[in-house]
Design a protein around this ligand. Structure first.
Ligand code: HEC
Ligand code: HEC
Length: 268
């Protein structure tokens, strides 16, 4: 798999940007994303110059992921997980764009979001960002191993685990000090489990091997298979290479979360 394809897979870009339920073309958008604020429709991110992002420069693409800002200066809604993607490195973002631009263009106009007032007001996102958004790429912690940093990068940035597993406040922002603590109001109104190392409410009894097995196969230690939104995630994580599939586990299982580490890499 070329690097850009590998990274786009880890980031789940195709899942949200493809209307699979209605046989939509890859990355042509139109997938409905139900949130407590209404239904958003993902845009076309194929290289079609009229209806996709074919005219975008690398800088515009980077700015969308890093700052959540559209080429015309308007702000994105955080249903696009830019609060996690802001941590993607420039090199990775460029590789993802190159990959997207290597795919067939699909001509398909974007569908307007179906979100009620006042959440539909894009300019209110300025205030939201001031309150809840910290831009900037992931910085590896020098006191940790390369593998640990890779895991933290995958979990917090590219694979954006916290976007579903972290509870959100009234404004739809993830609560930084409850990272991965579960979200009763996850995608499509479904509840998303706590995956912190808490033994009662989280997955503290899981070994690192259990977590890696789940990411590779979707199977839990109770021999169930995860479904729904996590089923889609597993389709992507099952394609990670061995090192990456193992890298996230120590961070999730808490063995690498002591001290400053959970703070520096776990927020968002
Ligand atoms: C959870 C669903 C979700 C995932 C995952 C996701 N996106 Fe998106 N993306 C969206 C939504 C929804 C929007 C539109 C937001 C808005 O209108 O404010 C969007 C907007 C965009 C835009 C701006 C397009 C435009 O026309 O302005 C780009 C570029 C983009 N996404 C790229 C990506 C890439 C690259 C990935 C993978 C690394 C990705 N997205 C993963 C939901 C998602
Ligand atoms: C799009 C939303 C979404 C994303 C992103 C996501 N998850 Fe999940 N996850 C879920 C849902 C929903 C479930 C419950 C699935 C089920 O019960 O069938 C789940 C279940 C799990 C479980 C099983 C927990 C248990 O108690 O059975 C683990 C472990 C897990 N996810 C880890 C991760 C990791 C690691 C990542 C990032 C690589 C991640 N998830 C990203 C939605 C998501």
């Amino acid at each position: 798999m070329p690097q850009g394809a590998y990274l786009a897979n880890a980031g789940g870009c195709e899942d949200c940007h493809t209307d699979r339920e209605h046989g939509g073309r890859p990355y042509a958008g139109g997938r409905a994303l139900a949130t407590p604020f209404g239904t958003f429709y993902s845009p076309n991110i194929t290289p079609d110059p009229e209806t996709g992002i074919g005219r975008w420069t690398d800088e515009q693409f980077l700015r969308a992921l890093r700052d959540g800002v559209r080429p015309d200066g308007a702000n994105y809604f955080p249903v696009f997980p830019y609060p996690s993607f802001t941590k993607i490195t420039d090199a990775d973002a460029r590789a993802i764009k190159a990959y997207l631009f290597s795919l067939p263009a699909a001509r398909q106009a974007n569908r307007a979001h179906d979100v009620s007032f006042p959440f539909s007001w894009r300019f209110l996102q300025y205030g939201w960002k001031l309150l809840f958004f910290t831009p900037g790429p992931f910085r590896p912690a020098p006191e940790h191993s390369e593998a640990h940093n890779r895991g933290a990068y995958l979990v917090t940035a590219l694979a954006h685990c916290g976007e579903c597993h972290t509870p959100r406040n009234w404004f739809g922002a993830t609560e930084p000090n409850r990272f991965l603590a579960g979200n009763p109001d996850g995608p499509d109104g479904k509840s998303v489990p706590n995956i912190t190392p808490d033994r009662q409410t989280g997955i503290g009894s899981w070994s690192e091997e259990d977590i890696t097995t789940l990411l590779k196969t979707g199977q839990t230690p109770e021999f169930d298979f995860v479904g729904g939104a996590m089923g889609e995630v597993v389709r992507n994580t099952s394609r990670l290479d061995e090192l990456d599939a193992r890298a996230g586990a120590p961070m999730i299982s808490g063995r690498a979360r002591s001290g400053s580490c959970g703070q520096s890499s776990g927020v968002n």
